[in-house]
Design a protein around this ligand. Structure first.
Ligand code: CTP
Ligand code: MN
Ligand code: MN
Length: 500
């Protein structure tokens, strides 16, 4: 099979080098020209043939009807000097692009939309229109969170905190649209390498609608935002936020309680018509502990506990921290773990055994085990936002103080020798590990945009289980997260850069 591919390519090469050969042109609006200078003749031939085999039209000479000029390794200055020597009628009507646009397009199997970061601008024109280009770090920010590198270093916290309060308030009133718009705006600001200094700095940023811009302008003017202050002092907002902070209490339940006139936990717990489910009961029982952030030292101690339990059942299994801690956060509302078993089928029964062991060790305070409903035949599902189908469990466990190294304890904490912690475990089949790891690492907005990008820009469907190519109707295999990014024609984004 490998050999026939080589033979087929060899046979096609000589004619394809000089003309479009027998490859059918699929994209008539795009005429490529690859600059040989620095790229070299053989690489240029190789790339030209690759593009032609995918239905692109590649011209061997630079003429007026070329639409996309692709260059590799040239400085902007030498490239534009060379282009201007060609006496083209309108050199500035062409897209002059670096190789990244070409690579992404090859991987997508179609021309991807040209973005700022693909462009090689003419230095002479740049100097004329943007006198301070080098101090304009915001000109190439992508509207997709999965193309931005967002570390925990937020230089715009004074703006993002406000935007997130507004987002949360819309979430509480069931307005998903504006909620997402404010979340996106905050996320873009989180990715910036520097603090916004003046309203003009917002000019080239994506995802900032007029409302977000108005809020930011107000903060520039007054140092605060009146709408956000109003929300923070609003009784309804405060009460919903408090109810929603209980494990098992979603926004619907919080709202229901508020509408019944309930305002405090005590009122909820003494109201005869309120029936708490098992999860909510545990949520109230351990409220104080589990509403206190979990530290990294505590997360590491839990990892040891889980490793002991897991390897007791299966010595070849591995435990990885995922979620916020994998993104480098120092504190989390829970600790997320993914278990990797090297042989298909070994994931079955594993979580149940971990739960049983915790119970026998008397450290299990709550467990909700969900058996796998994973079935490749039922995928891809159209509900790509839905929960995944792997074996998983949501736990509350007792973490003993002596198990936590580097623990700094306060007097009041010393009275008890343990604390309750929320733990999530997931055990996917080995061939699904990379997708599950990518999906559980988050952040939520990063995941959302990764899926949106796959669907809108690449015609592919991504979720915690699979990557599916709609054009070829095939599932794309991946052993690692890197494989998934490569299938999507995206630069790899480290977990620590996914804090969108
Ligand atoms: N997740 C998921 N399927 C679930 C539960 C969670 O894919 N059934 C994903 C979420 O989308 C998120 C990640 O797992 O991207 C971690 O979820 P969560 O623990 O809620 O958030 P963290 O980012 O870890 O934040 P925190 O530190 O507050 O826990
Ligand atoms: Mn988490
Ligand atoms: Mn979690």
């Amino acid at each position: 099979m490998f050999q026939t591919t080589i033979l087929a390519r060899k046979r096609r090469r000589p004619e394809a080098t000089l003309s479009q050969g027998h490859d059918k042109v699929k994209f008539r609006d795009v005429i490529l020209y690859l600059v040989e200078r620095r790229m070299g003749k053989s690489r240029r031939n190789f790339l030209s043939n690759l593009a032609r085999s995918k239905g692109f039209c590649v011209d061997d000479s630079l003429s007026d009807h070329v639409t996309h000029v692709v260059s590799e390794g040239n400085t902007a200055q030498e490239l534009w000097n060379w282009l201007e020597e060609h006496d083209l009628k309108k050199p500035h009507d062409k897209h002059v692009l670096n190789i990244s646009w070409f690579t992404e397009s090859m991987s997508a199997g179609q021309p991807v939309p040209v973005e700022m970061k693909h462009h090689i601008p003419n230095p002479a024109v740049e100097r004329r229109s943007f006198p301070c280009t080098s101090t304009n770090p915001t000109s190439s920010v992508s509207p997709f969170a999965c193309k931005r590198r967002t570390t925990l270093d937020n230089h715009n916290k004074s703006f993002t905190d406000v935007l997130e309060v507004l987002a949360e308030n819309f979430e509480f009133s069931g307005n998903q649209g504006p909620c997402l718009a404010f979340r996106r705006a905050a996320s873009v600001l989180k990715s910036l390498p520097a603090t916004l200094r003046r309203p003009g700095d917002m000019e080239h940023l994506p995802c900032l609608g007029e409302h977000s811009k108005a809020i930011i302008e107000e903060i520039f003017e007054c140092g605060s935002c009146s709408k956000a202050e109003e929300i923070l002092n609003d009784e309804r907002y405060q009460t919903l936020k408090m109810f929603n902070s209980v494990f098992g209490v979603g926004i619907k339940t919080a709202e229901n309680w508020y509408c019944r006139g309930l305002r405090t936990f005590e009122q909820v717990l003494t109201e005869p018509n309120v029936r708490l489910n098992r999860m909510q009961t545990a949520g109230f029982l351990f409220y104080e502990d589990i509403s206190r952030p979990v530290s990294r030292a505590e997360a590491n101690a839990l990892k040891v506990l889980i490793e002991e339990a897991v390897t007791c059942v299966n010595p070849s299994a591995n435990v990885y921290i995922t979620g916020g801690f994998r993104r480098g956060k120092d504190f989390g509302h829970d600790v997320d773990f993914i278990i990797r078993t090297p042989v298909p089928g070994q994931e079955d029964g594993l979580l149940q055994a971990v739960i049983d062991r915790f119970r026998s060790q008397n450290i299990l305070l709550y467990s909700d085990f969900q058996e796998s409903t994973f079935d490749l035949k039922k995928l891809p599902s159209c509900r790509f936002e839905a929960m995944d189908h792997f074996h998983k469990c949501f736990l509350i466990v007792k973490l003993r103080r002596e198990q936590v190294l580097e623990e700094k304890e306060t007097d009041e904490e010393r009275q008890r020798d343990w604390r309750a912690v929320r733990v999530d475990l997931v055990a996917p089949p080995i061939e699904r590990f990379a997708y599950a790891m990518l999906g559980w690492t988050g952040s939520t907005l990063f995941e959302r945009d990764l899926r949106r990008f796959a669907r809108l820009e690449r015609g592919k469907l991504l979720d915690n289980h699979v990557l599916y190519d709609k054009a070829t109707k095939t599932f794309l295999p991946a052993q690692t997260e890197e494989d998934i990014f490569t299938h999507l024609g995206l630069e790899f984004i480290e977990p620590s850069e996914r804090n969108a």
